[in-house]
Design a protein around this ligand. Sequence first.
Ligand code: FES
Ligand code: MG
Length: 599
Amino acid sequence: MTGQKTTKKLRSQEWFDNPDNPGMTALYLERYLNFGLTREELQSGKPLIGIAQTGSDLSPCNRHHIELAKRVRDGIVAAGGVPFEFPCHPIQETGKRPTAALDRNLAYLSLVEVLYGYPLDGVVLTIGCDKTTPALLMAAATVNIPAIALSVGPMLNGWHKGKRTGSGTVVWESRERLSAGEIDYDQFMDIVASSAPSVGYCNTMGTATTMNSLAEALGMQLPGSAAIPAPYRERGQISYDTGRRIVDMVREDLKPSDIMTREAFENAIVVNSAIGGSTNAPIHLNAIARHLGVPLDNDDWQQVGHHVPLLVNLQPAGEYLGEDYHHAGGVPAVVAELMKAGLLPHPDAITANGRTMGENCAATETMDAKVIRPVAEPLKANAGFINLMGNLFDSAIMKTSVISKEFRDRYLSNPADPEAFEGTAKVFDGPEDYHARIDDPAESIDENTVLFMRGAGPVGYPGGAEVVNMQPPAYLIKRGIHSLPCIGDGRQSGTSGSPSILNASPEAAVGGGLALLKSGDRVRIDLRKGTADILVGDDEIARRRAELQADGGYHFPGHQTPWQEIQRGMVDQLAQGMVLKPAVKYQRVAQTKGIPRDN
Ligand code: FES
Ligand code: MG
């Protein structure tokens, strides 16, 4: 499959070299000639390579791709291809309201149309900021033309008063200090700004570092590509190498479906545990898998990934940041450590460079064992997710490795039942409701309260908001209680270390059990059994469900844009990858649907 050239006619030739239909061929050709390309370049069978550009002024995390694309182009030309750079729908995690997640499927949808409807033989996916990575990989999965991903790379390490300040993570910490009156508004702003010292994506192990690392673990990037910081010399060099490589991938017809197999997803799940990856990862990987027709669900995340230890010492679970991760060896070093302990399930999975994951990584030495630990000395055991279910929801993800000692002592200290706890529910309908009520003493929130956030899923919010990790009331923080158990049908930022129960599916807005919960209900969570239940009788649940139905179901704010309405009408739940349901049946479109009709 790899290393061998195919004799297949390139799909771009269907546009540019068709003597049976010279009129159309001339029309396709002329506009691409008028910016300096020649007939020789377009008609002689050189692969046409798209560069799916996600960088723009609206997407500062990925903006450096505008520079890197120049090196990608050089690599494409050097290998005998012709580069075609085009813009993707911008997605900025921190800038887009109501949430960047709303736009993941929109960017996906538009890229599918571009990859299929234009004369592209292969594509370089410029990934980085949280949702850009899954959006582009999902589109490459659906169309299934040869594709390779290129990370923009993390920002440099942030520093403030001699301490590393990590993107996002420092916001959560400093917000608590602001609430406790330890710092003022200006000091808060200075600390947070220090955490974003350069171009690049978040330097913590948030969703961006997670998804870029997993794109590499899936085999979709050149080895070592994920962790190189954006401003580094090597970042330009690997951009050039990526441009060169995609041309050969077209010649070898090495497609996303050849690389992103079930085995590759299992490797990625194991790497996700070892890096301490974000709880957003199951949503996005389940989505990519669905677009390829590879079976993958949240049970697989627990089965394949829960027992794997945490090796990477990056914030929020640990101390270090992106530059340290790169210096220690990045993803290849993590994979090598896993391989030494026999924990990488499929070393023979093929990757974008035509070699296997094992061949690429086995010889990589870890350069800093404080940052990437050996399996024998992990930061934490059992770092993967568990998949909870019960009468509150069918599936929700929890990262047990971030449970703090304070939390464990307070909630999981009953010797007879060390992995279970009960509490009294306090229910919030959306983040506005939370902010309005959390500090009100009349709500009588105390250390036995379990905070619930609902109305925050793909339909309710819409898009699924990162609002489930809720800070306790200021009066509890002042008493030294820094976290309460949080459960919800929304998501949590990967930069937050809260041990929340997240991504609950089905969400309240589509009639999930959370819609029936009332403040004051007792709830019981059992981590060993993997259950989460409201402790009220079946009769009472049936009565509440009838009442909810009579009231027209769970209420949430109306649509504000056409896309909000369109997506709400067809989006699946977080546990199922939040994909657009009608899109899933379109698989390997470049092979199954042939070439589009002449225009
Ligand atoms: Fe864009 Fe974190 S906000 S990478
Ligand atoms: Mg986020």
